[in-house]
Structures are given as structure tokens and as C-alpha cells.
Design a protein. Sequence first.
Length: 167
Amino acid sequence: MSVTRTVFHVGQHDPLAAPLLAELAIEYSTRYGRTVGEVHAGLLAYPAQDFAPPYGDLLVVVEDGEVVAGGAFQRYDAGTAELKRIWTSAEHRRKGLARFVLEQLEAEVAKRGYRRIFLTTGPRQPEAVALYKATGYIPLPQDVEKEVGFVHPFEKFIGSEAEAVPA
């Protein structure tokens, strides 16, 4: 049986983004202890324009009419995009969707002219750390502290910068 997979570029308040934000709120609440409502409010508190063109994007992946994965990026600095909100529905994990989302985001980041990607992931997300390492992201010193503790920062160079960086 073939699956129809479509990528939509949406705004933060688009109904297609709602499942991504709702399940991220549950996931982060479970892992880091705040209420689902507090986490959801925090996700919505980000200015929507941060994840909109020309400097950012929010995408969702729909398979056979169901939102199954997504992610976003925003401008970090003139040459760097920051990935945020990488998510796969709990019911659709272990199917390569997170890698697919990363590939889609990296392609958009490159189209926007960024040459470096930066991201952080929380201390209670070992599967995310493994994903980023497996897809060429370079761990940076863990000196970034947020309310959840010290987070795992990563970077990856893309485009012509990637060829200049020794492996």
C-alpha cells in the first residue's frame, strides 16, 4: 500500500499546525514537568513571524490526510538558521519521518541563503540527540542553559560551507 505524503508550508496559527503544537505540548510536559497548557501557551508565545518567510518557515507533513510530522526554523543570525519544533506524531515514529522533516527543512534553509544550521534539544530527549548525530550535526559544548537544564546544542554547515568543513 502506498502512502501519499505532502509537505505544507503553513503559519503558526494554521489549523494544520495545531496537531504539531498540541502533541509537542504533551511531549514536553511529560518530559519536563510543566502543565500541557503552560507548554502550549509557551509555544504559541513565539512571534508567528519568526517562523514565516522570508527568514523562517514552519512545515507540516501530511500522509493520507493526517498530520504526522513537522518542524520549523527561524533566523538565528545573518548566515544561520535555527531549527525548532521538530516533531513526529507518537503513532508514526520509527518510520523515517524525522529524517524526512530534517531534509525538507535543510532544503528550505539552503534556499533562503543560510549556510549554517544551529539547534538545541533538551536533556531528556536522547532520541533527538541520536538523530542529529546520525544526520551530520556536530555537537557543540553544552554551555547553553535553559529552564529545563543544560541543553544539547548542534550545528551543521550546508551548501558551499559544508564542502569547506573537514569531516
